[in-house]
Design a protein around this ligand. Sequence first.
Ligand code: CP
Length: 497
Amino acid sequence: MNLTNRSLVTIDDLSDGEIEALFSLADEMAESPADQAGLCQGKIMASLFFEPSTRTRLSFEAGMLRLGGRVITAVDIGASSLAKGESIADMARVVGSYADIIVIRHPWEGAARVVADYAGVPVINAGDGSHEHPTQTLCDLYTIRKEGRAIKGLRIALWGDLKRGRTVHSLIYALARFGATILFSAGAGLEMPEHVLRKLTTEYAYKLTEVKTLDGEVKRGLFPLDAMYVTPDSPHQLAMLSDISDINIQIQGVETLKKHGIDAWLHYNVSENEFEIKLKRAEIDTLYMMRLQKERQAPAAEGQELKKGYPVVDKKLLRGKMFEKTLVMHPLPRVDELACEVDADPRSMYFKQAAYGVPIRMALLAVLLGAREVTIPEEEDSLIPKIDYPVYKRDSGVKCPNRNCVSNQETEVRYMKPEFKIVSREPLTLRCIYCDHELHPQFVASSDWHQGKLENKKYHSADSQFGRKIRPANLIVFASEDEARTQQFKPSSHIRP
Ligand code: CP
């Protein structure tokens, strides 16, 4: 495997071995920065940051300059021709003819994939909406490794806005691949999206244990309403983590769970700002904190509501025994969720995470531009095998449900058809190839209609026996019954009332 000329859109574009190789190269670059000065001489990096950034943009640009390359930049959609209605694909083609590599941050989910599809040069996703931010994950994993912690078996708690925080989406996939044990604690309304959880269970063979207030009482205002405990479930990963199979979590005070012998609990008291987790046999190795992504909340009032129950990491919290050896991580920028009083604490890692951005991004730029090679023999690499899902791509009215997806934007629909992976038939589940959001269409038909007669064009319920039998190549999916009728399909007897 070779990384030259490849793009990094999602963290899954890199195998485990490639990530390790990038870390070794980053070590080398950090040790002797002066030796790297000629590596990318004559190369140009286009730095397109259509959302605010300090760390990602400046560490990429500093990295390219340290490699001897040059940088062209655009940081404002309003000052680019996108503001005149140019499509991302056209912009990508043009910028790809000016630069040797493109780094892009864009507010639309899936935008980086479109740029990678059209640019003709390697593209790095520096954050696409709430979707992914793979190079932040490289900085995060590198920091953990530099602190002498193995990611295999790491017990990591992810707190805060898990819904819209893109860094945590890329991070969780990487943690899962390396076999970490993950505890999610999201604020109410900020839970990890369903499509991320599905990927964890299907692609990474993880087992999810969701813990709610089992007494039936939903305690609004308490954080967390839900705790999600995630453990590796595939045999090879379990073998690495033989000691974790009996750890469970409960909300304090739920007697039902105690009766079942569950030996751990967590509790957050908003009024006193106390957060406690007790696991009988496990400390938290790493606490990864996320800011509330206020800029991605729809109405301002919603942001205010969500802020009320938001956790805070401060000195008092870190006095807890279970945090004794915890690395406190945060992708930054922080707002109120991480108290400045923690900065001097040796457990605080967030400024190191930001600083490692330069050697990590130097290593990445150098390999994608072919200035350095990292070749990992396939037989020595470990890559979770990609599931080859059938693809659905037809004009049948069905759209990605995510309004922020690139495939739903006025400038992009002129040339782009929505495209989905068929990730499940029971229930029928389509995953958008751009943003990973999922939909569960209710009505389907087969393009291979009975005896080829138009009067036999029938649509069915997706979950009927007939609907489930339609081969992926023949599958037609409708957004609604009206859509099916508009396309001159009639209801079959396989329609559920
Ligand atoms: N962590 C991160 O992406 O920071 P910036 O938004 O400053 O780039």
